[in-house]
Design a protein around this ligand. Sequence first.
Ligand code: ZN
Length: 428
Amino acid sequence: MPSEDIAHALISAVDEGFEEQLALTEALVNIPSIRGKEAPAQDLVEGEMLRLGLDTDRFRLDASELAKLRGFSPVVDADYSDAWTVVGRHLPGIAEGRSLILNGHVDVVPAGPETMWTWPPFAAKREGDWMYGRGAGDMKSGVAANLAVISAFRRAGLEPAAEVIVQSVIEEECTGNGMLSCISRGYQADAVVITEPMSERLQRAQVGVLWFRIDVAGLPTHVSRAAEGANAIDAAYEIIEALRSVEREWNALKDYYPPYERIDHPINMNVGKIEGGDWASSVPAWCRFEVRIALFPGQSLKSAKARIEAALDQACNSHAFLASNKPKITWHGFEAEGYVLPNDTEAESVLACAHRSVTGAALEDVVTRATTDARFYGLYVDTPVLVYGALAERIHGFDERVNIPSLRRMTKTLALFVANWCGVHKIA
Ligand code: ZN
């Protein structure tokens, strides 16, 4: 670990800058950066990077370039004309330590009905130990923490002795193409930290994720002659039931995919969106629904997609109307492989040491049923990716919130991690 003096100076600097860090987090939460509307949040991050004296690089996502890379997910419902990645680089006077990427995403998922929130989702609110708002946990507090660590070094009259690349990405919640754009742009380092809200634990493993949409056709008739028609909404329910059998089948295989053997129901399938029909008294002529399903690390995307398509075929073959009117399946987002962080990396030991000196406790790990951008550098650039961040609750739900004392602790842990991983120079 860094000398006592340096550790103490960094911890004090995090405390001194903490109000400013919370204010930046709030300003980010107040920007409703759902898909396609992330640019104002990236403007704010870029401004903060410039203020901290980082070398900034802002570039647009180019789907046709990204499509050539492993890890790309198809872009079906979005256009990237205003889709930006922002990177800020700290370049030390003399580079001698290990380089590092600090990453976070500013995109958030939709808030749902605002009347179900205690306070408006895009107006950050502090109450006791918590800050509320969409993205407060997942993960604008993490983006602000990455910047706060750079700020703490500056405030303490120190600098990391190696390159630190701060990345602010979008598209984490639907494709991961923002993170992929950082690889496409050539950014590399000796380790990556993503400050997703992990309750101050280290993510050991994450699942893969597939998104698909199914368009079911029907035959409309007056409801009085329903037997002569074909109900697309009823048919959609039958297809969903058939897909549930894939979810059951994969969960039954968990013993073959460590560390998922210790997780209850690791594979979750979700019908997240459904629409269809035009009129209560007409047999519906169409139904469209969107599904997210997980897969295990090591399970191939290709075989997983083939299994889903086979289940769809099977459901349709025994159906009077669908047998000759096959629904259309569209892979319209995540095509994400799972990732397991190897358990013998030097980066993990350094984080465990920083975590212990701030919290007094051993670093625990966590195996999640979700995906993060960790897979990109982990799988395709062979770089260890530590996913570690504050305690947050109700992410993707109503009254999402981040725990403020936890955020303060994890920022200190991150500052000590950077100091030990990169080394420290005093600025004259
Ligand atoms: Zn996230």
